[in-house]
Ligand binder design. Structure first.
Ligand SMILES: NC(=O)c1ccc[n+]([C@@H]2O[C@H](COP(=O)([O-])OP(=O)(O)OC[C@H]3O[C@@H](n4cnc5c(N)ncnc54)[C@H](OP(=O)(O)O)[C@@H]3O)[C@@H](O)[C@H]2O)c1
Length: 319
């Protein structure tokens, strides 16, 4: 390719990136954006002409990038909506935040009781569904916001969280369907996907010990024999270790909730906390073999094999 053609495409590439960013900011910050867009288009073109004619390609591109960056920076970041009048129950309801949720067990899907699955579904899915249906007419009237706290386990198959994850997956689907349907009503809908935090339930050791006791008492004998109690005890120990590593500072979640309620253009999904965005990327964009390995490494740190597998391995060794 000729040098002039290459330089043309490079300028065009840089301009597209920065102009795209500028348009996004303008649309998010102002209502009558057509004149502003025209002014900014003229500015970008002028800078491109000046740099490409007056400077050698490398220097010109550098100067052009810096100029574009500065031009983009002059568009004020989107201001949040004013809070006044948004939370007055008597006149209406601006935003509904669905936060209630429970995780009733941590363990293999096969070892989770039916009551675990039903318990999660009841609170995380049906509870949220009922609250949403109750308040939606008010949110529609105000063309307001619906914010739902879900979990990355509803998007990705986290080992040992099948009951909780399945209920959050159902919740995600419901909320995402609503998002399409309520566009017509100008209601904006966001889902928050927090990483791991130390909160009421996750740090409640007594609750988890109680859940473990309930499991041991209700697990069918055949499963208990095949897995063995040492396997279950290790799962419980790993859960406590995992819960210890959770974060105390909830601000990524609370900030996301505030942004979803007050930003002019709230995001559809907020990955609140370290690593959740990366996990989503690995799950969605890398081959299954890699994403499976990643989740196994993160959650399956078990060293104890189920009792029946230990026996099978021993028999194989003897043969
Ligand atoms: N902590 C994490 O690491 C994490 C990660 C991802 C997602 N989440 C999600 O974040 C949300 C908040 O959980 P959290 O971690 O903050 O736990 P939490 O401190 O235990 O809070 C759970 C909330 O749910 C309410 N709730 C539980 N069962 C309910 C029921 N049957 N009816 C009505 N309300 C009920 C609780 O109300 P009471 O206080 O009145 O009991 C409490 O306000 C949940 O949806 C959870 O799934 C948490």
């Amino acid at each position: 390719m000729e040098e002039s053609a290459l330089s043309f495409w490079m300028y065009l590439g840089v301009m597209s990136v920065f102009f795209g960013g500028t348009v996004k900011r303008i649309l998010a910050s102002e209502r009558s954006s057509a004149p502003t867009l025209l002014v900014y288009s003229a500015l970008f073109l002028l800078m491109e002409r000046l740099c490409s004619f007056c400077l050698p390609t490398c220097v010109g591109l550098g100067v052009f990038c810096a100029a574009c960056w500065l031009i983009m920076g002059t568009v004020a970041a989107a201001k949040p909506l004013p809070v006044e009048g948004k939370a007055v129950f008597i006149t209406g309801l601006w935003g509904l935040v669905n936060n209630a949720g429970v995780c009733v067990n941590f363990g293999d899907a096969e070892l989770s009781l039916m009551s675990n699955y039903r318990g999660c579904m009841e609170v995380n899915f049906f509870g949220t569904l009922e609250v949403t249906k109750t308040f939606l007419p008010l949110v529609r009237q105000s063309q307001g916001r619906l914010v739902t706290i879900s979990s990355p386990s509803g998007e990705q198959p986290f080992p040992c969280l099948a009951a909780y994850g399945a209920s959050k997956a159902a919740l995600n689907l419901f909320v995402n369907t609503l998002r399409h349907e309520l566009k017509l009503w100008d209601v904006k809908i966001s889902i928050i996907l927090p990483s791991s935090y130390k909160t009421g339930q996750s740090r409640n050791v007594e609750y988890w010990e109680e859940q473990y006791k309930h499991l041991i008492e209700n697990l069918p004998l055949s499963l208990m024999e095949e897995y063995g109690e040492e396997y279950l005890l290790e799962t419980k120990k790993l859960f406590f270790q995992f819960a210890e590593t959770a974060t105390e500072d909830l601000s990524p979640v609370t900030n996301s909730i505030a942004e979803a309620l007050l930003s002019r253009q709230p995001k559809v999904r907020y990955y609140a906390g370290q690593g959740v965005g990366l996990m989503y990327f690995i799950h969605c964009y890398l081959p299954v073999s890699i994403s499976d390995r990643f989740l196994q490494k993160l959650f399956m740190k078990k060293s104890v094999l189920p009792r029946a597998l230990q026996k099978r391995n021993n028999n194989n060794k003897k043969k």
